[in-house]
Design a protein around this ligand. Sequence first.
Ligand SMILES: *[C@@H]1O[C@H](CO)[C@@H](O)[C@H](O)[C@H]1NC(C)=O
Ligand SMILES: *[C@@H]1O[C@H](CO)[C@@H](O)[C@H](O)[C@H]1NC(C)=O
Length: 311
Amino acid sequence: MANQGYTLLCLLVNFLNFLTRTEFDIFGHCNSPVTLSRRSFPKDFIFGTSSSAYQYEGATNEDGRGPSIWDIFAHDFSDRIADGSNGDVAEEFYHRYEDDVKVMKNLGFDAFRFSISWTRVLPSGKLSGGVNLKGINYYNNLINELLSNGLEPFVTLLQFDPPQALEDEYGGFRTVRDGVPIGPVAASSWLYVYPRGIQDVLLYLKSEYNNPLVYITENGMDDYNNETLPLQKALNDSMRIDYYHRHLWFLYKAIGDGANVKGYFAWSFLDNYEWGSGYTVRFGINFVDYSDGLKRYLKNSAKWFQNFLHT
Ligand SMILES: *[C@@H]1O[C@H](CO)[C@@H](O)[C@H](O)[C@H]1NC(C)=O
Ligand SMILES: *[C@@H]1O[C@H](CO)[C@@H](O)[C@H](O)[C@H]1NC(C)=O
């Protein structure tokens, strides 16, 4: 009986959502199948996590790497970074990738997205200045480590112009042009949470751009790096679980409506250097303890993904 009442309530909620094109909060328990998991998605669908070179690697002065615009910017204009920090050390992924890849594998991910630090490969910024073999070797080793753990490497080439990046962070996204922000705001003041948007934009692409092949290479939310919060509380990131659950649900619906999406990458695998926000916000599904040797801990959202991917 309780179940029938619940089903009726859900029907009503869905109907109201349909009429008003809104999304009631009750949705998390109602509108989504309890069993949403990897198996709800096409067999060849790829689930991964993502990273980027400067935000992760650290080791900026090692093995022949040259300075990038972000090294210069973060050092010379540290007043433009919320905590005055830089990516000199970051998550030290450069030295720790082997252990990190093991965690990705254990969590059940299929792929990992990273970017290549140009100045690790071309230290002077030009081919004529010579190729840095140690840089090439690092990316080769990372790719081999991923492959031997059954993870597919996805590489994106990021070219970041600092003034523009900051403008985006502090200007462009804060006020949404031609519209009003909807949904609660995350720690980054420009980041509004509106899970249904992922379905809307995918169906828009489908109808307006002839259903192109899409990989979602970043999706995630941050929270404040509250340094006085006890570790056990910081690991209990219920909001992030809710965020992923809802986005994956609307992604699932978009695929059901024919959107040609083949992969989804959670941003981010680790807490990391968030450009102008420095280390003041945390985007990871894994926690990085900046006050204890960059030790990594699974947040509950990482365990949630593990369960999602293994069931
Ligand atoms: C940070 O965590 C402490 C301890 O739980 C809490 O008292 C405080 O309100 C938190 N600060 C913010 C800004 O959330
Ligand atoms: C995690 O947080 C949620 C709400 O944010 C709370 O209901 C739950 O009890 C917490 N779990 C633990 C183990 O602290």
